[in-house]
Design a protein around this ligand. Structure first.
Ligand SMILES: Nc1ncnc2c1ncn2[C@@H]1O[C@H](COP(=O)(O)OP(=O)(O)OP(=O)(O)O)[C@@H](O)[C@H]1O
Length: 201
């Protein structure tokens, strides 16, 4: 089973509850603004602690309130592409990509090629467009050789040709690398095309 998630927690005034399991492929979290999609990703990444519940990814228990398991984020193996790219502003693009990278040099070359960011390596993050920064964030997450991917609206602020390219990258990660992927979107077309299963929240 790729994901077995059952979490609950109050966030501000809202009660966030999410429960699903996914045997394989890409799971799409779909729901209205404020429903708790980002909070759910944060709980799975270990950035927010559920009040109650259990998170198992690829057979590894990351969190279990009943038995007191709560792995720290760095031991969970998540590659997280946040809603905003969150690049380190004091590091050029190349250093951002290499931060936490565990892949070999060829992997950097291959990914920069696939994501069309090879010409940006010497730039500072503040000089990137929204779409460029997002592509760097996706490459950075993949270069850490994660055990699974959390993608929070990774295609927003991209133009149509670039969206197509990134969707192809995501499909490749889903089908060739067979990494468990949990992704958030508001877009029906994206959900239909990429999702193995859709979880309404
Ligand atoms: N730091 C915070 N303080 C108070 N309330 C918060 C905080 N962060 C989130 N919330 C509330 O928790 C609820 C869930 O937020 P969350 O960001 O997880 O929703 P979402 O489904 O990802 O929304 P969106 O699609 O707009 O990104 C919302 O009602 C939000 O207002």
């Amino acid at each position: 089973m790729f994901f077995e998630v059952d979490v609950e927690r109050r966030v501000g005034d809202a009660m966030v509850a999410c429960r699903f399991s996914a045997p394989d492929g890409l799971t799409m979290l779909f729901g209205p603004s404020g429903a708790g999609k980002t909070s759910t990703l944060n709980m799975i990444a270990g950035l927010l602690t559920p009040e109650r519940g259990r998170i198992v990814v690829n057979g590894r228990t990351l969190f279990d309130s009943a038995s007191g398991v709560n792995l720290p984020p760095e031991r969970r193996g998540a590659g997280y592409v946040f809603q905003e790219p969150r690049l380190f502003p004091h590091l050029r693009v190349r250093a951002n990509l290499l931060y936490g990278a565990r892949g070999a040099g060829e992997e950097l070359d291959r990914l920069t090629d696939v994501l069309g960011i090879g010409h940006l390596l010497a730039r500072w993050p503040r000089t990137l467009s929204g779409g460029e920064a997002r592509r760097v964030a996706i490459a950075r997450a993949l270069l850490s050789l994660p055990g699974f991917l959390l993608l929070d609206e990774p295609l927003s602020s991209l133009d149509r040709p670039r969206r197509e390219e990134i969707m192809t990258v995501i499909e490749r990660v889903r089908d060739d690398l067979r990494l468990p992927i949990l992704m958030v979107t508001h877009d029906h077309g994206e959900a239909e095309r990429l999702a193995t299963r859709i979880v309404e929240i």
